[in-house]
Design a protein around this ligand. Structure first.
Ligand SMILES: [Zn+2]
Length: 287
């Protein structure tokens, strides 16, 4: 069963890579080069109407050659081709197998922890959305509305269903009241911080994308989930953010993407739950 869940995750991961690559391009955002991911994004003309559905087949971004099915096998193809395009030998970013492997592991973790049931399915889809959001935010400093807004609406619908039929188990919200509180606490808190920062520093420190991401998280995981996400997300963001500045040469004054840390915070909530915070506090107070 674990092998099936791993393969399923790797295949979905391969689709997520497509989303990560194509969603920003279809919005007219553009990176200077595939390798130079630390550079902030520049606006450009939408590239040859690339969208999630078009072109149907995967292609090499360098020589535009269409890939065959055996170039598209998650993780394995990249290893067999040793990270180079089969046609032009241009390097293929290691991100592709990394995203596929991450998604495969998330798939195994999700279905092993929550079972192959509606709860597991919703959590897996949500985690997949978080993976896409994290990589796009890291590259372009945006969190696409095309994920967070429908995500929030769907989460509210699920909360509504749960209110009457209790189909989805913990950590998914039990009803609309908790979902509403989650949105208010999560998105509301970030909105407040962003407003305060704007007033004090006269520039934007926290994007509206983060606020909408927390609306989605709050709607699905309620008050506890959204507070947990903000707490762990800020904690990780301050530690890893400084490391990122030191290692990648991003400037401190430069905007840092907050989305990936919020995503990690939510992962921690989903898989470690409240126990994790208690253990952290215990560790901190023992010294
Ligand atoms: Zn190529």
């Amino acid at each position: 069963m674990i092998i099936v869940q791993f393969i399923f995750g790797a295949i979905i991961g391969s689709f997520l890579s497509v989303c990560i690559y194509r969603i920003p391009i279809s919005k007219g955002l553009h990176l200077d080069s595939e390798e130079d991911l630390a550079e902030p994004a520049k606006k450009a003309e939408p590239e040859e109407k690339i969208s999630i559905a078009y072109p149907r087949r995967s292609f090499c971004p360098h020589c535009k050659a269409q890939l065959s099915w055996y170039h598209n096998i998650p993780i394995l193809s990249w290893l067999v081709l040793r990270g180079k395009c089969a046609f032009c030998k241009a390097p293929i970013s290691a991100r592709y197998p990394v995203v596929e492997l991450m998604t495969a592991l998330v798939s195994v973790m999700t279905f092993q922890s929550f079972g192959m049931n509606p709860t597991g399915a919703v959590i897996f889809i949500f985690c997949a959305a978080l993976i896409v959001i994290s990589f796009i935010d890291y590259d372009y400093y945006i969190i696409p509305n095309v994920i967070s807004l429908p995500g929030t609406v769907i989460a509210l619908v699920l909360a509504g269903i749960n209110q009457f039929y209790s189909i989805f188990k913990f950590p998914i919200v039990s009803g609309l009241k908790d979902a509403g509180l989650g949105i208010l606490a999560g998105a509301g808190f970030l909105l407040f911080i962003s407003e305060v920062y704007l007033r004090l520093r006269k520039k934007e420190g926290l994007g509206m994308g983060d606020v909408k991401l927390l609306a989605m998280t709050g709607a699905l995981f309620g008050l506890e989930g959204s507070l947990y996400t903000i707490f762990i997300g800020s904690f990780l963001g301050s530690i890893l953010g400084v490391l990122l500045v030191l290692c990648s040469g991003r400037k401190m004054s430069q905007q840092l993407p907050f989305g990936p840390y919020l995503a990690l915070g939510t992962f921690a909530y989903i898989f470690a739950g409240s126990d994790f915070i208690f253990r952290l506090i215990q560790m901190a107070t023992r010294q």
